[in-house]
Design a protein around this ligand. Structure first.
Ligand SMILES: Cc1cc2nc3c(=O)[nH]c(=O)nc-3n(C[C@H](O)[C@H](O)[C@H](O)COP(=O)(O)O)c2cc1C
Length: 223
């Protein structure tokens, strides 16, 4: 698989088959992803990979807690008043996802139930939690993203799919009951990993992107 194929082929998969993930593949992928760049080569990423009994216990706890227990967010996921054009991009993505699931706007309970699927890792049998010491700042958080994208592309080349999930940063107190993440680390996100279920309605979604000229400016190049 070449790089372009991998970048274009990756998408967030939100429905997985109940088929275990080979830990040897995860180790291989993560060892290569460790070649991701980071400012000053600080390598601020810390990863806890989870499957089997602890993952099942966490999923059970979240099934009981979601909607009943107050989140304790590690950080605000979005700015409080996301302005245009970001607001519309986010809104459109959500609406397209719910359309793929045939959940109408007014079906609040169904939408909440779907959000709860995040906390079942959409059925994925393996997950990575990505955390970093609390003293790290925005440049190091950006490095975490480099590592995560590297993993997600490499997984694809191994026949596995994934979904990055910052939603887990809302319930660190529950995650920490089952996953040994040090208190002095901020839980940034998780990645759900598994064999994608092609028949899952959510997996029909192809997210949009703004045209290049909306986000990029070129100066000084020849015409
Ligand atoms: C850091 C990060 C966190 C994300 N968190 C979530 C999440 O909590 N739940 C979810 O369903 N998708 C999550 N996503 C997936 C985005 O919604 C998705 O990447 C975006 O809509 C573009 O779609 P694509 O990944 O299919 O190209 C996250 C993506 C990133 C990069």
């Amino acid at each position: 698989m070449d790089v372009k194929e991998a970048v274009l082929g990756r998408r967030s998969v939100r429905g997985f088959l109940p088929k275990a993930v080979d830990p040897a593949i995860l180790r291989r992928v993560m060892a290569v992803a460790n070649r991701a760049p980071s400012g000053g080569n600080v390598q601020p990423w810390h990863i806890t990979a989870v499957a089997g009994a602890p993952l099942a216990a966490l999923k059970r706890a979240m099934a009981e807690s979601y909607g009943a227990i107050e989140p304790e967010p590690e950080y605000p996921i979005y700015p409080p008043h996301l302005p245009e054009p970001y607001r519309t991009r986010r809104f459109t993505n959500g609406e397209q996802l719910y359309a793929s699931l045939s959940i109408p706007r007014e079906a609040k309970a169904a939408r909440l139930r779907w959000l709860g699927q995040n906390y079942q890792f959409f059925g994925a049998p393996a997950a990575l939690f990505i955390h970093t010491p609390r003293f790290m700042g925005p440049p190091q958080w950006a490095d975490l993203g480099m590592w995560m994208q590297s993993v997600m592309l490499l997984l694809l080349a191994e026949g596995l799919q994934s979904c990055a999930q910052e939603c887990w940063s809302r319930y660190p107190q529950i995650v920490r009951r089952f996953v040994p993440i040090p208190d002095e680390h901020v839980l940034f996100a998780a990645i759900a990993i598994g064999h994608g279920d092609d028949t899952a309605p959510a997996n029909a979604l192809r997210s949009e992107r703004a045209p290049l000229d909306e986000v990029a400016t070129f100066i000084g190049f020849p015409d």
